[in-house]
Write a new protein. Structure first.
Length: 228
């Protein structure tokens, strides 16, 4: 398999060098850039396998880079920030980031997250046929990665699709946030379980006209049920 290219976008040279050192040791090809405008140009010319994206960038900030990437593709994004505010994490995930890390970070953790995100992206892109799930007026097709409600297609982001698939496979069962992280993200998640809450909120929104409902079971997790 060809070596995957990781694009590291950060205005701090020491961060770029540290990320490059550890990612290259793990077998990745690494390119680095110091501003958002250059990153957008590079991505549009020849998209890398994944972008490690700092928020505080000159020219075009990380929020805007993420927004523009998501308007055009599902390119995996791992966000970096020096701020530890929950609101930054929530907004970053809402804008479509696949994961979020706060500086300073453990470079081995960075590599682990990159590896896991790419593994999930490869699984999501697997075109092999798989049995469709149909509950009420919702049909989920894993092979085409399409979801319909009353025969109308509903657009879901990659993680939202995987989350719905996990919930449909466990209909009427309570799944904890930790279980959902394991099922959907597929690795030991280093961040906060608020990631699940953000994606659940988005999924509820998009399923509002369906016969399915995602219940919050306080102190335990979430459960998918059919509305009466």
């Amino acid at each position: 398999m060809p070596t995957q290219t990781i694009l590291v976008v950060d205005d701090e040279a020491n961060i770029r060098d540290l990320a490059r050192l550890y990612l290259e040791k793990d077998g990745y090809q690494v390119e680095t850039l110091g501003d958002g405008a250059a990153a957008l140009t590079r991505i549009r010319q020849d998209a890398p396998a994944l972008v490690v994206l700092d928020l505080m960038l000159p020219e075009v900030d990380g929020w805007e880079v993420c927004r523009r990437i998501r308007a055009e593709s599902n390119l995996p994004i791992l966000m970096l920030t020096a701020r530890d505010d929950d609101i930054d994490k929530i907004v970053g995930l809402e804008m479509g980031a696949d994961d979020y890390m706060t500086k300073p970070f453990n470079p081995r953790e960075l590599v682990a997250r990159v590896r896991a995100i790419l593994r999930r992206a490869e699984t999501s892109a697997d075109p092999s046929p798989s049995q469709s799930r149909a509950i009420g007026n919702v049909i989920l097709d894993p092979s085409s990665r399409e979801v319909t409600v009353n025969d109308e297609r509903v657009t879901l982001r990659s993680k939202e699709f995987d989350l719905l698939l996990a919930l449909m496979d466990h209909l009427n069962q309570v799944l904890s946030r930790e279980q959902l992280l394991d099922l959907v993200w597929g690795y030991e998640f280093y961040g906060q379980t608020r990631t699940v809450d953000v994606h659940i909120a988005h999924l509820r929104d998009k399923l509002s006209d369906s016969s399915l409902s995602i219940e919050t079971v306080w102190g335990m997790g979430y459960k998918l049920i059919e509305k009466e």
